[in-house]
Design a protein around this ligand. Structure first.
Ligand code: AMP
Ligand code: MG
Length: 318
C-alpha cells in the first residue's frame, strides 16, 4: 500500500506529477472531461499498474493523451479527415481511433495488441502542463475503480483509488464532466462512444453521417473484436507440465520454457503477457502448441485469464 500524495495545481505540483510519471508511477490528473489515471503509455509495467489500480477485469485498450497534433502524429497515421477534425476540435474532448504507426514504443497493453491506437489532446491547462513537462505519451482511462462512476473531482478519485495510486493533482471540478467522444477513423467513420462533443457537430465538420457501432466494433467489448491479438498456435490453460509439442509458459512455482513471472508477481505477468504470447507463438512454430501455467483468478489475474481464455477458445477461420 502506498500513500497517495495530494498535489496542488501549481508549478511544484505539476513538476512532481511529471517526475512520478517519468519514474513509471501513476498520477490522477484533471482533464476537461473527467479525472484521468495517467501512466507512461510506453511502459508495460506502468500500464499494468493502471489495470491493477482500477481492478479492471479486461485488458481493453486505453486512450493515449498527448499535448498536441504533432505528438499524436508520432503515434498514429492521420488521413485528411483526422487532420481536419484535429484542427477543429483539439485540444478538446474528441478521441480518434487511428491506425497505429510502427515503432512507436507504445506498450501492447495500451492498444490491447491491436493495430490501432486511440489518441486525444486534452484541453485542461493542467493536463497540458503535465504532458509537456513529463514529455511522453500518457495512457489515461478514467480515475475510478472499474464499473464505478467516473470522477469529476479529486475527492472522487480518492474515494475510489486512495492508496492505490501515487498521486492526484487536485484542480477542482472538471468542466465537461462526461467522457470524450470516441470516433473510429480506420476506414469508415464510426461513432464508438458518444461523449463531450455531440455526434451532429462531428458530422457537420466531416460533411457526412457517422456509422453506428457494428457488432464487431463494440467498444464495450473490444476483446471480442475480430482483429484482436491472439497467438496462431492453439493454447491450453492451467497446465502444470508441457506435452511434447508444447511451449510451456510458467508462472510462480510452475517453471516453463518461458515465464510470465518466476516470483508469481501479477504486475510483471500482466506487463509481459503480450510479448510472452508472441515469443511462445514464434517458438511453437507451425505445428506446436502453447500451454500456460495456472494464474490465480484475483486482481490482475482476472484480466490475464480473460485474455488467455479468448486465446484458448476455438478459433473461427478467416
Ligand atoms: P476509457 O477506459 O474510459 O479511457 O475508455 C477507453 C475507450 O476507448 C474504450 O471504450 C475502448 O474500447 C476505446 N478504445 C481505446 N483504444 C482503442 C482502440 N485502439 N481501438 C478501439 N477502441 C479503442
Ligand atoms: Mg471509464
Amino acid at each position: 500500500m502506498m500513500q497517495t500524495e495530494i498535489l496542488l495545481p501549481d508549478a511544484a505540483g505539476v513538476a512532481r506529477a511529471a517526475a512520478i510519471l517519468r519514474q513509471g508511477g501513476l498520477v490522477a490528473l484533471p482533464t476537461e472531461t473527467v479525472y484521468g489515471l495517467g501512466g507512461d503509455a510506453r511502459s508495460d509495467a506502468a500500464v499494468a499498474r493502471i489495470f491493477a489500480a482500477k481492478d479492471r477485469p479486461r485488458f481493453n485498450p486505453l486512450i493515449v493523451h498527448v499535448p498536441d497534433l504533432a505528438a499524436a502524429e508520432m503515434l498514429a497515421i492521420f488521413d485528411a479527415r483526422a487532420r481536419a477534425l484535429a484542427g477543429a476540435f483539439w485540444p478538446g474532448p474528441l478521441t480518434m481511433v487511428l491506425p497505429l504507426r510502427k515503432g512507436t514504443g507504445l506498450s501492447d497493453l495500451v492498444t490491447a495488441g491491436l493495430p490501432t491506437v486511440a489518441v486525444r489532446v486534452p484541453a485542461h491547462p493542467l493536463a497540458q502542463h503535465v504532458l509537456r513537462d513529463y514529455g511522453g505519451p500518457l495512457a489515461a482511462p478514467s480515475a475510478n475503480p472499474s464499473g464505478r462512476i467516473s470522477p469529476t473531482r479529486a475527492e472522487h478519485v480518492l474515494d475510489g483509488l486512495a492508496d492505490r495510486i501515487d498521486a492526484v493533482l487536485d484542480a477542482g471540478p472538471c468542466a465537461v464532466g462526461i467522457e470524450s467522444t470516441i470516433l473510429g477513423l480506420v476506414g469508415r467513420a464510426v461513432l464508438l462512444r458518444p461523449g463531450g462533443i455531440p455526434a451532429e457537430v462531428l458530422e457537420q465538420a466531416l460533411g457526412q453521417a457517422l456509422h453506428a457501432v457494428g457488432d464487431t466494433e463494440k467498444p464495450s467489448a473490444p476483446g471480442q473484436m475480430a482483429s484482436h491479438y491472439a497467438p496462431q498456435a492453439p493454447l491450453r490453460m492451467n497446465a502444470t507440465e508441457a506435452e511434447p509439442d508444447e511451449v510451456l509458459i510458467g508462472f510462480g512455482t510452475v517453471k516453463g520454457e518461458l515465464t510470465l513471472s518466476a516470483t508469481g508477481d501479477m504486475v510483471e505477468a500482466a506487463a509481459g503477457l503480450f510479448q510472452t504470447l508472441r515469443d511462445a507463438d514464434r517458438r511453437a512454430g507451425r505445428s506446436g502448441r502453447i500451454a500456460v501455467a495456472p494464474i490465480p483468478e484475483t486482481g490482475l489475474g482476472r484480466a490475464i485469464n480473460d485474455r488467455l481464455r479468448r486465446a484458448a477458445a476455438p478459433r473461427k477461420s478467416g
